[in-house]
Ligand binder design. Structure first.
Ligand code: ADE
Length: 420
């Protein structure tokens, strides 16, 4: 009998399975964890509700949790990021209930979140904190069974820290995003490559010689800036933080306010986590043909309602994921409805970086099961020894050895008397 689900079509399952197995080749750390989990069953008896982007990499995480003894349900963490063939395969081949359809409307998105919560989780696994937020706003009866949660992304961690500060958070959550083996690689190299991939797949424009304006200089945006530069673009960075702006300058980028960048940019990419980074006053200055994409978690960084209002025509879908607006006789293009372009028109981060992110997720879930009774309703980071072990395993999987401190060097670092 097929497990409960709401996916596009189970007929897509075979293709999904091949792609899940393709991703697995690049996920050696998660594979090693899965092998241990299969023996030790650290998640036995745990119900896990996961709200993540439904991708080949996430499928490998779900399989790992399942091998660890967990009962799992998965829903989408964004209406436009689901890979329908993967959703089908998880249902058909892995017997995991999945609620996710690429392009689902907002109501369906929240119906799917509710379906995942009807599973009465012990552990929540979020990418953007929608499960935690829904539980605290409207499903408080579930709090009784929940031992803790994990959170994948910067935006979700910001929301959770705000909840904890207000005393509104009712169970411990581990901020996977804050692990070094997560944000230094996934946010930087993953977002860097997959965002460029998304823009190119959607538009097929040449990046060489283009003025690419990157909004923000956090880990994600610096990845995007560096990869766009590598493709030959003239990269302009906009920032509100003086320290980050200074870093961008010294990394060799032009830095200026968005008001100055708006008339010269050919391609605009936002990844700030904030709202209306591209707004009415910017649209009114942009060149005809300007392209806008967002790679931040929510579709609020580009003020789409204002863009629609300024447009003399209904947006025209001129290619998949490319909508044309007409502002004062100029054509402005919005990619992927302003949703994270790396997952909307491409496949998200490559498996090799998700390997480390999801190793953190699996080990954070195990840590939560072992330690929840001594944790407070706060936001925690993954313990440093776990973070370093993931780095060690990743290097080992690449066949790379590194030096070790000699006894003399270790002693030198732990003393304070010796100087010049
Ligand atoms: N976030 C960014 N890329 C992803 C991927 N490939 N799978 C799951 N979550 C992601």
């Amino acid at each position: 009998m097929t497990v409960e689900h709401d996916v596009k079509s189970l007929d897509m399952a075979t293709g999904g399975r091949y792609r899940i197995e393709w991703a697995e080749r690049e996920m050696p750390v998660l594979r090693a964890i899965r092998e241990r989990f299969a023996v030790e069953k650290p998640l036995a008896g745990m119900r896990v509700s996961a709200c993540l982007h439904v991708t080949t990499e996430t499928a490998n995480l779900m399989h790992t949790l399942q091998m660890g003894g967990a009962d799992i349900v998965l829903c989408a963490s964004n209406p436009l990021s689901t890979q329908d063939d993967v959703a089908a395969s998880l249902v058909a081949h892995y017997e995991i209930p999945v609620y996710a359809i690429k392009g689902e409307d907002n109501n369906t998105y929240y119906d799917h979140i509710r379906a995942a919560l009807d599973f009465k989780p012990h552990i929540t696994m979020d990418d953007g904190a929608d499960l935690v937020s829904t539980i605290h706003k409207s499903r408080r009866e579930l709090l009784e069974d929940i031992v803790g949660g994990t959170e994948e992304t910067t935006t979700g961690v910001i929301r959770l820290r705000a909840m904890a500060k207000d005393g509104a958070l009712n169970f411990p959550v581990i901020a996977v995003n804050d692990s070094n083996t997560k944000h230094l690689f996934d946010n930087r190299y993953g977002t860097g490559q997959s965002t460029i991939d998304g823009v190119v797949r959607a538009t097929n424009v040449l990046l060489a010689g283009k003025n690419v304006v990157v909004a923000g200089y956090g880990w994600c945006s610096r990845g995007i800036a560096s990869r766009a530069q590598g493709m030959g673009s003239n990269v302009i960075v906009t920032e509100i933080d003086p320290l980050r702006a200074l870093e961008a300058v010294m990394d060799g980028f032009r830095v200026m306010p968005m008001d100055e960048a708006a008339p010269i940019g050919d391609i605009f990419i936002t990844a700030t986590g904030d709202i209306n980074v591209l707004d009415e006053r910017h649209f009114s200055k942009m060149k005809s043909g300007a392209i806008m994409a967002n790679s931040g978690h929510f579709n609020v960084e580009i003020n789409i309602p204002a863009l629609a209002q300024m447009s003399s025509q209904e947006p025209r879908l001129v290619r998949p994921f490319v909508e044309e607006y007409m502002v004062n006789g100029r054509k402005l293009y919005l990619l992927g409805e302003g949703r994270l372009i790396n997952l909307a028109s491409a496949e998200g981060h490559p498996a090799s970086v998700m390997d480390m992110s999801f190793a953190n997720q699996a080990l954070a879930a195990e840590y939560m099961v072992k330690n929840h009774s001594v944790l407070q309703s706060q936001v925690y980071v993954v313990p440093e020894d776990i973070d370093r072990e993931i780095a060690r395993l990743k290097l080992a999987s690449m066949g790379i050895n590194i030096d070790m401190l000699t006894a003399q060097q270790a002693a030198y670092l732990s003393q304070w008397e010796e100087g010049t």
